[in-house]
Design a binder for this molecule. Sequence first.
Ligand code: NAD
Ligand code: WQD
Length: 346
Amino acid sequence: MKQKILVTGGTGYIGSHTTVELQNSGYDVVIVDNLSNSRIDVLDGIEKITGIRPEFEQFDLADQDMTDLFFKKQTDISAIIHFAAFKAVGESVENPLKYYRNNLFSLINLLECMTRYSTACLVFSSSCTVYGQPEILPVNENAPVQPAISPYGNTKQVSEEIIRDTLFVSGKLRAISLRYFNPVGAHPSSLIGELPIGVPNNLVPVITQTAIGIREQLKVFGSDYNTPDGSCIRDYIDVVDLAKAHVIAVKRLLEQKNRQALEFFNLGTGKGVSVFEVISTFEKATGVKVNYTVTGRRAGDVEQVWADTRLANSELGWKATTSLSETLRSAWNWEVYYRKYLEKSR
Ligand code: NAD
Ligand code: WQD
């Protein structure tokens, strides 16, 4: 019998790609999402790609009673991948309690239900933001967690602590915290991708929206950093590569191959790329020009960070394989597809 995985936030960007990979790997998926940052028709995209429509329940995981009711009904969940969270760094600075309530309450409710209903395995969506500006690059999992720059970043740090403390007393639960670097791109089918609601903050959606003419100009935030071309450096990881790592992490927990109750893995490519390099790679990969200008630095940006991926490579047997050109092409194809789709559905 197929094992069933609960994917919270499964209609979101990374959750939808992970659902596809889980279904393609023979797992059943039940998605819980309140659609606060995604659309129900993402399920159509998943179904078109895999031939399977995942089970779906719409409710807020920060609601304790609803979450309990869900677990009471769903008695055959083997593992949970917890993506559901708010993720806009700037908004979290303006409205910290919204972020603490949503991101922490939903995690606490899940952990309580895991204990109550004997669901042992949790994969948690964490972020390289926990490292701040690391002293040593590439950064590995033993680097110190630095004071968070934003309430959003703090929810990731506190979540990791909540998981650690809960596992310490439970004796039965096991978890993997995956620290993503910068997830970008879309499924090669262009049937699912990132849906930035409102004005995007992340580099790649701003590039694709500028290239297609929705935004007039991309602002490069600073060219006076201490990096080879003066712009910031990040580790841009393809979303499908990222999704595949989740399937491996779930399997590792289900098969009890984990070495500790709580494990941490960096998910990146291991390669640092500057903002100017992203723009030029996009232009070469798509043949489309990006209108940009250099402006001042963005508050809170770290200068450079990229992942030491050796632990994920050796322990998970996982490696990012998609080139940045392919990834940026998939982001562009998705942008084109999605704009046409929106026009048609108007
Ligand atoms: P997303 O916003 O596309 O997906 C999150 C989904 O969770 C959305 O569909 C939203 O509707 C849902 N959701 C939010 N709060 C909920 C709640 N209380 N109950 C039910 N559903 C809820 O975001 P994403 O980019 O797919 O990110 C997924 C996870 O990965 C998040 O935890 C995020 O913090 C983490 N992460 C993302 C990035 C990134 O750059 N995208 C980087 C590092 C970590
Ligand atoms: C990348 C680079 C910008 C937009 C954020 C969160 C982090 C994580 C991933 C969840 C930076 C530059 C951007 C623009 C630009 N999310 N840029 N012009 O800042 O690495 O990380 O998303 O956990 O927590 O902070 O990603 O895509 O916003 O920026 O020049 O219009 O692009 O300065 O150097 P970032 P990003």
